[in-house]
Design a protein. Structure first.
Length: 469
């Protein structure tokens, strides 16, 4: 399969997931969170089996779209089930555990996939999910109770709103995914972005007048709901965008292998496992404002420490401290942030609130990779001289290739005579570009911390009944 086809195997899942998360949250409120969770898992399992058996790349991409749609039913339902099942500190701890296991899956998944591809086949990746799906369905059947929004009925399904949201989010996600590959000025990217933005504008206008809107815009009147989702955008933008650039930098400039670069950020996952549940309880007692503000600020401090990595720096003295500070900040932020986003609205709307928060995280990941990647590429080109074919044609060709592929500039083939002079220049440009990208991440983190500090309000402590004399 071509490189473009391989990219679409990943992108197809992301596009359908991003396009349908809001719809999945709304359907969970309508039909029941447990029911949507189980149906979504079953559909995901069937799609995984079909992916593993796919005879062609086109069939595989088609069922990856189905996988993403199924995941859009599962993800909001899981968080809504937690919200309806737990209260107080127990809810904070449960959401912390939910977030930490999500981090485990994100960290371990690529490693396991790499091993299976090398030892067995790419098909084994999809077959492996089948026993996990069966186990999750069994646990869901035996341990969860259904809940739904009793105020809405089947006759009130917002079909037009669902279609506009799917078209808008799908178009915007397509533009963000394909922009770095095709170029931001590409006609297809611009058309997708325009369609997405117009559909989202139409969605907002329609939801304001709909009798039974899929996404009640009144949710955003809640200060905590709006601020929590704004902070979500900032947090997941830096987490995905800057760690993407960090992984590339570790490999291309510091000489890490792909496996070593992946393991370098593993402490973030370990800290999430160790701390998220405990810090979730603490945040319920103290209120979410301070943990969220300090936590996002710490992620910015971690990126600031990582910005000063040089070729030859050791992992323990230079890489690990920034990774640890970032991981502590993430573990401190995620539980209260997610808890605040779903607790700021009535429990009857937990499904759509979860969908909004999940969607914010997904869109933030795409935006973060796009923005940080754009800063990296721009800073790299500004640090490198423009090619001059009149002086040295071979040198000009290599420089132009480097300007076109900033993240892979140090791996370009070049004549031996050019390497002593040109490689240090490319390495210096890569270091400057990396620092610029990390600096952009620090600014985004600061904006997120300010959003949390100024926007979040701690819930009032419940009043104790007066004692009788």
């Amino acid at each position: 399969m071509s490189l473009n086809g391989q990219e679409w195997i990943v992108n197809a899942y992301l596009l359908s997931l991003s396009a349908l998360l809001l719809l999945g949250g709304s359907l969970a409120d309508l039909f029941g969170r447990r029911r949507l969770f189980l149906y979504g898992l079953a559909a995901f399992g069937v799609a995984s089996l079909a992916c593993g058996l796919a005879p062609t790349g086109g069939v595989l991409i088609a069922f990856r779209l189905v996988q993403g749609a199924a995941a859009a039913l599962v993800m909001p339902s899981t968080l809504a089930l937690l919200t309806s099942s737990f209260r107080g500190e127990e809810r904070g701890a449960a959401i912390g555990s939910w977030a930490s296991w999500g981090a485990v899956a994100a960290a371990v998944g690529p490693l396991v996939a790499g091993v299976l591809i090398g030892a067995v086949s790419w098909r084994a990746i999809f077959f492996l999910s089948l026993p996990l799906v069966v186990a999750a369905i069994a646990i869901g059947v035996w341990t969860t109770k259904d809940s739904r929004n009793e105020q809405i009925t089947l006759r009130q399904i917002d079909v037009i709103g669902a279609a506009l949201a799917a078209l808008g989010l799908g178009g915007l996600s397509f533009a963000l995914v394909q922009g770095p590959a095709l170029g931001w000025g590409d006609a297809t990217v611009l058309l997708a972005a325009a369609i997405g933005l117009m559909a989202l504008a139409g969605f907002i206008l329609y939801e304001r007048r709909a009798k039974s809107p899929m996404l009640p815009l009144s949710l955003f009147r809640s200060r905590n709901f709006s601020a929590a989702n704004g902070a979500t955008l900032a947090l997941y933008a830096v987490f995905n965008g800057n760690f993407f650039i960090l992984t590339i930098y570790l490999q291309t400039v510091l000489g890490y292998s792909p496996l070593a670069a992946g393991l370098a950020t593993l402490p973030v996952t370990l800290l999430m496992i160790a701390l998220a549940s405990r810090l979730g309880r603490v945040a319920v007692r103290t209120g979410p404002r301070l943990p969220m503000s300090v936590g996002i600020l710490l992620t910015g401090v971690g990126l600031g420490l990582l910005a000063f990595l040089h070729p030859g720096d050791s992992y323990l003295l230079h890489v690990l401290p920034g990774v640890v500070v970032f991981g502590v900040g993430l573990a401190l932020t995620v539980p209260p942030l997610t808890n605040t986003a779903v607790s700021a609205v009535p429990d009857s709307q937990a499904g759509v609130a979860s969908g909004v928060n999940d969607e914010a995280a997904r869109v933030a990941a795409l935006i973060g990779v796009a923005i940080v990647g754009l800063v990296f590429a721009t800073a790299f080109r500004m640090s490198l001289e423009k090619p001059n074919p009149a002086v040295d044609l071979e040198r000009a060709r290599v420089v132009q290739l480097a300007r076109d592929q900033p993240s892979g500039a140090l791996q370009l083939a070049m004549p031996p005579r050019l390497r002593p002079q040109l490689l240090p220049e490319l390495r210096s440009a890569s270091v400057n570009a990396y620092r610029g990208a990390m600096g952009a991440g620090v600014l985004i983190a600061l904006a997120g911390a300010m959003t949390a500090f100024l926007g979040i309000r701690n819930p009032a402590a419940p009043r104790q009944a007066a004692r009788r004399p």
